[in-house]
Design a binder for this molecule. Structure first.
Ligand SMILES: [Zn+2]
Length: 94
């Protein structure tokens, strides 16, 4: 591995389809924290009337001294379309 590969990593550059990325703003300190959902590994299936629902929960912490956790919950359809999102301890920003 050469130096450039070490600096920038050798992983595929744009895994956009696999990851759902989002940002939340900490309610306590206002820091914007970025997170992502790994659509291949993070989702749990839930059987609901009308079809399967995929859901996941992410707990994020900022880099600052703030100790507030922001919990984000997402629900997706089988086609990986976002149908519901909720944040505790912060709010979603786009
Ligand atoms: Zn904070």
């Amino acid at each position: 591995m050469n130096l450039l590969q070490k600096l920038f990593g050798s992983a595929p550059a744009k895994p956009e389809k696999r990851y759902y990325t989002f940002s939340v703003k900490c309610k306590r300190c206002g820091e914007i924290i970025e997170g992502r959902v790994d659509m291949d590994n993070d989702l749990s299936v839930e059987y609901e009337e009308g079809g399967d629902i995929f859901h996941t929960r992410k707990v994020l912490m900022g880099n600052g001294r703030c100790f507030q956790h922001v919990e984000a919950v997402f629900k997706f359809t089988q086609a990986r379309t976002l149908i519901e999102q909720q944040a505790t301890g912060g709010e979603f920003v786009s």
